[in-house]
Write a new protein. Structure first.
Length: 306
């Protein structure tokens, strides 16, 4: 299993120099990937392009860009430009977002989400791979051809949790990006469905990228309480709620990897054994000592995987 860092926590107070420096630090520490959410007024692809081609082989992934708010032709151009800027390391992670965000925040209509993703991929993927697409869809359409800034398309991954989306992702994309998902859910639900769909489509085994908060501490109870309160919204969103129910847990306070160095390492090992190909940690800590211990534990775990 590959180990990476999800730096999306820094987007709570976004600063371009801080984010670019964090990417560089994690590359230097040997992590195999770095991920950013597309949220608020900070653009993940632009941040990666600002970091540029550092000579590192670490992948740079978006986790994830909502498909309801951008035309796939526009996203294809942005992704190819970023891919050229970072030396071919981009993973383009996309997802549907959630019905409350679509309807309440963006004032759009949530309908036929699987069809929406199918249409999006029908435009996006040919443009990335060939620079041209011809699709007349229910949600997204495009007819045309453009020269590409690079002939090396990025991998495309989809945030898939439900069975229909997992089957679509296995058949069409390079893998799935998970949140609010633990080892039981990966082994019993995620991995069997997406791997079967990929096999039936004659595709390589897809990546399964699991992301969770990680916090090394000698006092786990208040740490879990803090995570549960800060990230309580995720336990209320239907798609995540279904995953947490499979796990038999209420929320991220229970699911996050919190405890001693050994307990965190064991948690990462359990995720690997469940079938995840990648784990991307959201590092946390209540004080400088815990932050340093969390980071050192992740660095040591990464070293042990190589």
């Amino acid at each position: 299993m590959r180990l990476g860092i999800n730096g999306s926590g820094l987007l709570a107070h976004p600063n371009l120099a801080t984010l670019v420096d964090d990417i560089a630090t994690n590359e230097q520490d040997g992590f195999e990937s770095y991920w950013l959410a597309q949220t608020g007024q900070a653009d993940a692809l632009t941040i990666f392009a600002a970091h540029g081609d550092s000579g590192s082989t670490a992948a740079l992934g978006t986790a994830v860009i909502p498909t309801w708010t951008i035309h796939p032709q526009m996203l294809a151009g942005q992704a190819l430009t970023t891919q050229a800027a970072v030396g071919g390391r981009l993973i383009l992670g996309i997802g549907l977002s959630h019905q409350p965000a679509i309807e309440d925040r963006w004032k759009m209509t949530w309908e036929r989400p699987v069809r929406q993703m199918m249409d999006f991929l029908d435009v996006l993927q040919p443009l990335l791979a060939e620079g041209k697409a011809s699709h007349d869809g229910h949600f997204w359409s495009f007819e045309g051809e453009y020269p590409r800034i690079t002939d090396q398309p990025p991998k495309v991954m989809v945030a898939a949790l439900g069975e229909q989306m997992l089957r679509l992702t296995g058949a069409r994309a390079d893998g799935t990006i998970l949140w609010c998902v633990g080892p039981k859910t990966i082994s019993e639900h995620i991995a069997p469905i997406i791997n079967e769909a990929a096999s039936n489509a004659g595709r390589d085994q897809p990546s399964i990228v699991c992301s969770l908060p990680v916090w090394v501490t000698d006092d786990p109870a208040p740490a879990r309480e803090f995570i549960a309160k800060m990230l309580s919204i995720y336990a209320e969103l239907p798609s995540y709620r279904r995953m947490l129910d499979i796990e038999g847990l209420h929320g991220l306070g229970e699911l996050s990897l919190v405890g001693s160095e050994q307990e965190v390492a064991d948690g990462i090992a359990a995720i690997a054994s469940a079938g995840a190909t990648d784990f991307t940690a959201v590092p946390m800590g209540g004080n400088p000592d815990e932050i340093a211990r969390t980071r050192q534990t992740l660095i040591a775990t990464q070293a042990s995987l190589n």
